[in-house]
Design a protein around this ligand. Structure first.
Ligand code: FAD
Ligand code: NAG
Ligand code: NAG
Ligand code: NAG
Ligand code: NAG
Length: 589
């Protein structure tokens, strides 16, 4: 059975508590590990059926997306379909348990390994509740508590750290909570004005047209499939609008939550204030289940956009001189209220995918500030392959023209770093050398890599948080960053396990090099790696200690658990088979 329990007695006590319908909380010593399928204590089919009845038939058994590629019961047509879509987001977004990062599948049930290989769930959840009411979420919380099984929360499944999956877990699947309600005047402590309530399953692509129709702009991701209410906002959340209004976490006025104790309540500036603070930047899936959030809505109006493409013509020193000039010029753009850029560097090309300037009155407002950089390119004898700009009459149209044209794939390994302004001011050469090291790959195992930068001034003075130190749990390094950087390598759709392992190790090595030249930089936890040994400092900084106290208050027994989440090392350790076990010395609150 492989179960690590302190004594047989502990199990007997828990089983008794469950049989009586009592919760395990406060009912004697707890087992040292969460139960997994196959354990004698794993809930019986009839226990699952009871849960299914409680949630109105919305309990779904987890199934790997590529199950149809495996015996018994191979379905060639379905298998071909999932093979063709394996690096696209869509099949993962619509599924209750499957998540986009292939690493978490744990080398089982890939559509390319069938039909006689292994097809297991790996790290994916065993069961999902398709949450449609607060009572569904409460039922899931109570069931996981009572039966000592792992609980996870999945919205879109974008999470790079595998935080929306978990071996043997019951997952609360929030994807169908699609409420979008605009409120002309929402009043709370410190704010009176337009707002919008977003259900936990709303995606950026849902918000854009709804906001346009209502005459507003809402801070959602540059990737339209990400879910604002889930990990995006709870982990920080950068948007093309962020240089104007701040991060997504800076917009929140109220959360509707279900706590680890199964209580349906709100977290706001006046109620559960500490939880409200933690949920705004302290990381997804770790403090409470969020059912909806109310965020600021901003008056819509024109947004200017710009972009360019610069090709590496083979003279690499010239190419990198041009990139260096860009990085320096970001210090100029940094001063312009609302000016945000999203750009990519590969060995072959450097391109500005989008610049955004909300409330511009003409195209010149966005191209003018680029002129000194273009003059520098002239001096370097560099010509652009493409260059364009436009003024859109509203944000959704800007999005469709610029950010919406970026293509995303799922099969990749990712690292990231927030780059402080001081590094660009004082040590740009060292930074560019690491960029070159990341991009100019000589390893045959790694096909090609890309650096993606989003430069945005979200300093406390820009976004109106000045004078409110620690206004929310956003990593403080964000406020001093000139840009956030993520870098990654794409995998072939049929990449085998050694390639994925190699990719992860490669990322970690580059991550360390980047860290070494960016002291005090931090890392945006949502665009990061799960096994960074410096995760506490890098992802949470000075907020770690206060967040730990809030975690202890709202979730003393670690019902919620995720990789690189606050308190994760205190509550549980994940074993190789995905089982969560208490670390030695753990004592229950
Ligand atoms: C292709 C791609 C593009 C991206 N683009 C951007 C971008 O433009 N800007 C940006 O800031 N980030 C971006 N990200 C990163 C993104 O913010 C994270 O992946 C984030 O975790 C996604 O949140 P989600 O809720 O959609 O995803 P999920 O993977 O479903 O959830 C992420 C985490 O949040 C938790 N969670 C989800 N819903 C809830 C809830 N209702 N209550 C409590 N916890 C919850 C989950 O348990 C998990 O820990 C991108 C990621 C990808 C893969
Ligand atoms: C839950 O009940 C519904 C409706 O009866 C059924 O369709 C579904 O298969 C059940 N789920 C599980 C996991 O048995
Ligand atoms: C991952 O794969 C290894 C090797 O097959 C296996 O021992 C382990 O149990 C798996 N873990 C999960 C969570 O599937
Ligand atoms: C500028 O570049 C072109 C080709 O890209 C080259 O022919 C020319 O000599 C260069 N001029 C200078 C001054 O370096
Ligand atoms: C960021 O924006 C603020 C407000 O617009 C501005 O005062 C500041 O100079 C900018 N840059 C830095 C480093 O804060």
């Amino acid at each position: 059975m492989g179960l690590k329990t302190p004594t047989g007695l502990a199990i007997a006590l828990l089983a008794a508590a469950v049989a009586c319908g009592g919760a395990s909380r406060g009912s004697g010593p707890s087992p040292k590990c969460r139960y997994l399928p196959g354990d004698a204590q794993w809930p019986s089919p009839s226990t699952w059926n009871q849960l299914n009845t409680t949630v109105g038939g919305r309990l779904i058994a987890g199934r790997p997306l590529a199950r149809s590629c495996y015996n018994p019961g191979v379905n060639p047509a379905q298998c071909a379909a999932i093979k063709a879509e394996w690096t696209e987001l869509d099949p993962f977004l619509e599924d209750p348990v499957n998540v986009v990062a292939p690493y978490w599948q744990n080398n089982t049930c890939s559509p390319f390994l069938g039909p006689n290989g292994p097809c297991a769930l790996g790290n994916l959840a065993s069961y999902a509740i398709r949450v449609s009411t607060p009572q569904d979420a409460i039922a899931g919380v109570n069931f996981a508590n009572a039966n000592n099984i792992r609980l996870t929360i999945k919205n879109t499944g974008h999470d790079f750290l595998g935080r929306s999956a978990g071996a043997g877990s019951l997952v609360l699947w929030t994807h169908n909570l699609k409420e979008i309600t605009f409120l002309k005047s929402f009043k709370t402590l410190g704010y009176t004005g337009p707002a919008v309530r977003l259900g936990a399953g709303v995606q950026g692509s849902d918000v854009l047209p709804a906001a346009k129709a209502a005459g507003y702009r809402v801070v959602s991701g540059s990737c339209p499939t990400v879910g604002p209410t889930g990990g995006f906002t709870q982990g920080g959340g950068h948007s093309p609008l962020s240089a104007k209004y701040g991060l997504a976490a800076d917009q929140v006025l109220e959360f509707e939550v279900v706590t680890a104790a199964g209580q349906h309540t709100t977290a706001s500036p006046t109620k559960n204030i500490d939880l409200f603070w933690a949920l705004r930047g302290g990381g997804g899936g770790n403090y409470a289940v969020v059912l909806s959030m109310t965020v600021k809505a901003h008056k819509d109006g024109p947004v200017a956009g710009a972009g360019f493409v610069l090709l590496n013509d083979g003279d690499s020193d010239k190419y990198w001189a041009a990139i260096t000039a860009w990085l320096k010029h970001l210090l100029v753009l940094d001063k312009i209220d609302g000016y945000l850029t999203g750009w990519t560097i590969t060995a072959q090309a450097f391109f500005l995918a989008f610049a955004a300037l909300p409330d511009a009155t003409s195209v010149n407002d966005i191209t003018g500030p680029l002129a000194p950089f273009f003059a520098e390119l002239n001096r370097l004898n560099v010509t652009l392959a493409q260059n364009g700009a436009a003024l859109s009459s509203n944000y959704a149209d800007w999005f469709a023209t610029w950010a919406g044209t970026v293509e995303y794939t799922t099969n990749n390994a990712l690292g990231g770093r927030l780059i402080p302004r001081t590094v660009v001011q004082r040590d740009l050469t060292s930074l560019v050398n690491v960029f070159r090291d990341i991009v100019e790959i000589s390893s045959p195992e790694v096909g090609g890599s890309a650096l993606n930068g989003i430069s945005l001034n979200v300093s406390t003075s820009r976004i109106g948080l000045a004078g409110i130190p620690g206004a929310n749990a956003v990593l403080p390094a964000w406020r001093d960053a000139l840009f956030t950087l993520n870098f990654g390598i794409p995998f072939a759709p049929d990449a085998a396990w050694p390639a994925l392992k190699f990719g992860q190790a490669w990322i970690n090595d580059k991550q360390t090099k980047l860290r070494n030249v960016t002291p005090g930089g931090g890392t945006y936890m949502n665009e990061a790696t799960f096994d960074n040994p410096n995760w506490k400092q890098d992802y949470f900084g000075a907020n770690y200690i206060p967040l730990l106290a809030i975690k202890a208050k709202y979730d003393p027994n670690g019902l919620f658990w995720a990789h690189a989440a606050v308190g994760s090392d205190l509550h549980w350790r994940a074993q190789a088979d995905g089982r969560l076990c208490r670390p030695s010395g753990f004592s229950r609150n």
